[in-house]
Design a protein. Structure first.
Length: 56
């Protein structure tokens, strides 16, 4: 996966989905640094919104 975006908002509640240039894929990042790729934005949002389970 490409590097985490650095020119956008940052913080303990920021979730991000971005287009990965040159592909048909999207990258999703949780504020904890976990990431995932998918072609389906709904799949990424479901993962992001469920991912915080287990965060300290």
């Amino acid at each position: 996966m490409s590097p985490r975006p650095t020119t956008m908002l940052d913080g303990d509640t920021v979730y991000r989905i971005v287009w990965l240039p040159g592909t048909d894929r999207l990258g999703g990042w949780c504020w904890c640094g976990a990431s995932r790729e998918s072609e389906d934005p709904v799949e990424l949002w479901e993962w992001l919104l469920a991912h915080p389970e287990g965060h300290p």
